[in-house]
Design a protein around this ligand. Structure first.
Ligand code: ADP
Ligand code: ZN
Length: 518
């Protein structure tokens, strides 16, 4: 590592040491390599392009989608004595003139630009004339058409790179393979970048999941044990955010709701209150996210399961940015699995993409149904290895496991023998020998599987079906509401070629389990 980088870190930014990954990335960027760095939010990616910009000659252009964050960064850099400026729609004419002067005089080191600016011919010719040495792209996943942050103007970055013919350093917190490939193809266009994937562990965040049985009560209990501490509750629908915020208020908490259906002013008000107040709870859809920069969020709860493991990671990652202990709780149940599967199946994405999305949901369900340390499972998804963390619910209380092969085979054969046309409720009637009128009408009381599962209660079977869905052995049929179909993954178990272990503690008497860690 060139001594210059460490000197800049200390003298300009006032930090003693690099964080995980920073030094290697800075070295590669300052050598002029094309770089794609996948770093978690809060991991410190800004320094990875700011320091190389200050180490070398000329100007670095930073493309970022978040005007407010750009302005904050420019202010902070100027306070540290760095010549930095921004060109965004929020500029006053004087600000723009000052930036243009600084570029003209060759003084400016960092120029922040909103992607919309790339559409302007004037901006492009300005950049052509300036001594640009590096393009840095923040939130590089915005170039992916399939992500929810897609910005069409990001597609212009590739042209800019070609026109200026300088190295490009792209940064994102989104780690999945597909997005990565899209970034490489669209931003680097054949100039394969060096990829850095580092530092995904957030050891101060406690990870916990609980089976959803009474979500309102579970969230209220979790919030109650964290009274006066700032937190976010994520919900899958707008209506739920409003209802849950009201319930929290009635329980005496400072709480408000936030979703994409609110007026921009009302949303801004919530964002400002959250930043300013000490113990506010925001009950929100995922619309509350990108750009929240509050370091002391002490907890994040999910009243509904996220749509993928990346979304989950980003959402819980908003807690504890200051490094102090923070806690999370994610509720999940069969309805969540149904909802998320349906959203994928009913979406407009092409079939390959849908299969990929099911895979990313599977990864999250695997985490929900994990049988060992959650952090090992979570970091494994991001390609990092770990030892048992001591800071998750499964490290706190190791789960009870049992060989569920026989039970799973019974359930699978009940689904097959009834033509894969029924949901868990009916299949449980078959397994437990509950001869309802409907069941007799269908002749299902004559099936060989009728009553073969009496060793488990109804609620235990519900837990088993949830786990089977979580392990993707049974999947809701997109064309027939509620019906469960067996997946290919289940075939070896059905045929007796593979065994399966499930958790006993999340099926047995869920009601009596403490749902919340005090
Ligand atoms: P992100 O990766 O989300 O863009 P930032 O670059 O904003 O993260 O950095 C997150 C926080 O970490 C900032 O407050 C930043 O000042 C701080 N930070 C970054 N690098 C270091 C470091 N080496 N030592 C201490 N703090 C750091
Ligand atoms: Zn653990």
């Amino acid at each position: 590592m060139a001594p210059a980088a460490t000197a800049i870190l200390r003298e300009t930014f006032g930090f003693d040491d690099f964080r995980a990954g920073q030094a290697e990335i800075i070295e590669a960027v300052s050598r002029g390599e094309n770089v794609l760095a996948i770093m978690p939010t809060g991991g410190g990616k800004s320094l990875c392009y700011q320091i190389p910009a200050l180490m070398g000659e000329g100007l670095a252009v930073v493309i970022s989608p978040l005007i407010a964050l750009m302005r904050d960064q420019v202010c902070a850099l100027r306070e540290a004595g760095v010549e930095a400026g921004a060109l965004t729609s929020a500029n006053s004419p004087e600000e723009t003139d000052a930036v243009l002067d600084a570029i003209g005089a060759g003084r400016l080191k960092l120029l922040y630009m909103a992607p919309e600016r790339l559409a302007s011919a004037a901006a492009l010719s300005l950049l052509r004339r300036a001594d640009v040495r590096l393009i840095a792209v923040d939130e590089a996943h915005c170039v992916s058409e399939w992500g929810h942050d897609f910005r069409p103007d990001y597609l212009r970055i590739g042209d800019l790179r070609r026109a200026l013919d300088v190295p490009l350093a792209a940064f994102t917190a989104t780690a999945d393979e597909q997005t990565r490939e899209e970034i490489v193809a669209r931003l680097f266009q054949g100039h394969a970048p060096r990829i850095f994937l580092r530092g995904f562990d957030r050891p101060n965040i406690h990870l916990a999941f609980a089976v959803k049985n009474s979500p309102r009560r579970q969230i209220l209990a979790f919030a109650e044990a964290r009274r006066e501490r700032a937190g976010i509750v994520y919900c899958a629908t707008r209506a739920k955010t409003e209802a849950l915020a009201r319930a929290l208020q009635e329980a005496g908490h400072a709480a408000c709701h936030y979703h994409g259906g609110m007026e921009p002013d009302a949303r801004r008000l919530v964002e400002e209150r959250f930043a300013r107040e000490d113990g506010l709870i925001v009950v929100a859809t995922v619309a509350f996210g990108m750009g929240i920069d509050k370091p002391d969020i002490r907890w994040v709860a999910h009243a509904d399961l996220s749509k993928s493991i990346e979304s989950y990671y980003q959402e819980i990652g908003r807690a504890g940015r200051d490094g102090a202990p923070a806690e999370t709780l994610t509720l999940f149940g069969p309805e969540d699995i149904r909802l998320r599967r349906a959203q994928i199946d009913e979406g407009l994405a092409p079939p390959e993409r849908r299969a990929m999305d099911h895979g990313r949901l599977n990864a999250l369900l695997g985490l929900a149904e994990a049988q060992e340390c959650r952090r090992i499972t979570l970091l494994g998804f991001f390609g990092e290895s770990a030892a048992p963390c001591g800071n998750c619910d499964l490290c706190d209380a190791p789960p009870q496991l049992f060989d569920a092969t026989t039970a799973v085979r019974k359930a699978l054969s009940a689904a097959l023998r009834t033509g894969e046309r029924f949901g868990a409720g009916h299949l449980i009637d078959v397994l437990t020998g509950n001869a309802t009128e409907r069941l007799r009408g269908l002749g299902h009381d004559a099936l060989p599987t009728f009553g073969v599962g009496r060793e488990f209660s109804r609620s235990e079977w519900q837990g088993l079906f949830r786990q089977m869905m979580g392990h993707d052995l049974l999947r809701p049929d997109p064309s027939r509401h509620g019906a469960l179909r067996m997946t290919e993954a289940a075939r070896p178990i059905l045929k007796g070629e593979a065994a399966i272990t499930l958790r006993r503690d999340t099926i047995a008497s869920i009601e009596r389990r403490p749902v919340v860690r005090a």
